[in-house]
Design a binder for this molecule. Sequence first.
Ligand SMILES: Cc1cc2nc3c(=O)[nH]c(=O)nc-3n(C[C@H](O)[C@H](O)[C@H](O)COP(=O)(O)OP(=O)(O)OC[C@H]3O[C@@H](n4cnc5c(N)ncnc54)[C@H](O)[C@@H]3O)c2cc1C
Length: 490
Amino acid sequence: MVDVIVAGGGPVGILLACELRLHGVDVVVLERSERPSPHSRAFRLQPRTMEMLDYRGLADRFREDRLEWPKAHFAGLSPLLDLAQLPGAHPYSLLIPQVETERLLQERADELGAEVRRGHEVTGLVQDADGVRVQVRGPQGPYDLTGRFLVGCDGGRSTVRKLAGIDFPGTPAAVTALLGDVLIDDPAELPSGVPGTTRTADGLLMCVALQAPVVRVLTTEFRPPQDGDDPVRLDDLRESIARVIGKPVAIREPRWLSRFSDATRLAEHYRRGRVLLAGDAAHIHFPIGAQGLNLGLQEAMNLGWKLAAEVRGTAPEGLLDTYHAERHPVARRVLQETRAQLALMNPDPRTDPLREVFGELLALPEVNAHLSALVAGTDVVYPPGPDAHPWVGRSAPELTLKSDDGHGRTAELLRTGRAVLLDLTGRGAFDDIARQWSGRVDVVRAATLQEEAAEALLVRPDGHVAWAGAAAATPELLTALRTWFGPARR
Ligand SMILES: Cc1cc2nc3c(=O)[nH]c(=O)nc-3n(C[C@H](O)[C@H](O)[C@H](O)COP(=O)(O)OP(=O)(O)OC[C@H]3O[C@@H](n4cnc5c(N)ncnc54)[C@H](O)[C@@H]3O)c2cc1C
């Protein structure tokens, strides 16, 4: 029996495997495809994801030679969202193809010794009180694998979600989008050029330059999909372009053709017994605002340390259920926001006044800051409980620290994947805690030059603050330690 089976070796499954390996958990990733996809869906990592990669020392690998764009679109409106105004170390979108994100995550998984079995498809599952037996179709034929937990990271059509009987309520597709990575004979035929977006009464046409001379062409028509799962033909894209802009554009030599829609659904539960869901397996939505992958990666960071504690037997009662409690509302909010953006993009001329009003709102600093934080994922606050310090539930402030070991930042304290109790007074008030929670919580003494609202803070492995207050072992601190990391060692 392995500790955890992850179904799906997409970006979310691989990051989850990395997080589990950090804690020594025995994990097997079962991935249906024999080879990684050469095609990128996502092209952007958002600020909160970059902060989380930073916690594990990965931000620099992802940033290397890549563009950091301090802006983001909201429903294609002007002005743009200004990410540079956000607090934190990474106030920008990183422009990186999903293929590269997946390659870098796989590199990390290899370093941490995660076992990824390619060409192995999950076809069935049975769970009982002790574990989950998974049926697998592998290159050498079918076999069974048993794990203490199974996590479905197997995408929007998740087999795991269906087999576990988890409902996926939401709204069906009303919009059809076609995507083609193609060559364009004469880019001047495109009304808005490359890059550019054209909105007509019949839909949207968006073009972005990929590796020259390839251009990604996206059409969005506000009518339900007609062709089901049929493969997209180049002619389908040609016809769609002509319908949207009212004239043909010469495109050829497609590298990739695909379709997607605005079907928007959220798993009713992120956990059923020993089966959990993360990433697109738990939610689907129209890919506007570049958020689906980011949402999934942030779920992996929330789930990893909790599941590891459960497997290692150190998890307090109910810890694993906080995964659903914390992340389900975050996903619901992102789904609503993508619906709102798509509604604003509706080509019906009656939407124009709404766009105009919304453009005026975006120019107001407070509105711009609110929506920037929403798209960036930096506004997530987990329920802090009564009378908590204002930092509790939020991501830890980025402090410049000076300790006996040298200078550093809050993010650098989280490399190991363990929680950190940061004593900013240097008085050494936490020696007992260091002993009683050793292996689960690292106590760090450091001075900070910033004027701070707390003498000490307890930071969870995913960078959210679990407690903040005076540098003393108060009952509130002890409660937070027990709530998140289990009882003290005697
Ligand atoms: C056009 C487009 C643009 C997008 N742009 C962005 C963006 O800029 N930013 C962003 O954040 N998101 C974006 N997204 C969304 C993003 O691509 C997805 O949210 C992301 O890929 C989800 O990752 P995942 O690991 O959950 O699922 P997937 O990437 O779908 O991976 C699931 C994996 O599971 C495997 N699998 C499936 N079934 C089984 C099985 N039974 N057994 C074993 N393995 C199985 C699959 O082969 C696959 O490798 C975009 C999406 C589209 C369509």
